[in-house]
Design a protein around this ligand. Sequence first.
Ligand SMILES: [Zn+2]
Ligand SMILES: [Zn+2]
Length: 74
Amino acid sequence: MAPLCDTVSAATDRCPRCGGAFHCGRQDSEPCACGSLTLSPALLTALRERYPSCLCLACLKALAAGAPLEPPAA
Ligand SMILES: [Zn+2]
Ligand SMILES: [Zn+2]
């Protein structure tokens, strides 16, 4: 399974889930942090459908642990 960054359409410096700043390594020589997490194929598919880019590491970790795709309403 390819990392999230390999399949999303846009690189961003802002997490589309929580709105927090983060650095996606999509265009760097080093692999992005999102590739270091093991996300289930079902979760990756859902993320690609919902978000145009990869998410910050905190969100990815939360999602990998079973958090909902949408953050709780503040
Ligand atoms: Zn986030
Ligand atoms: Zn990324």
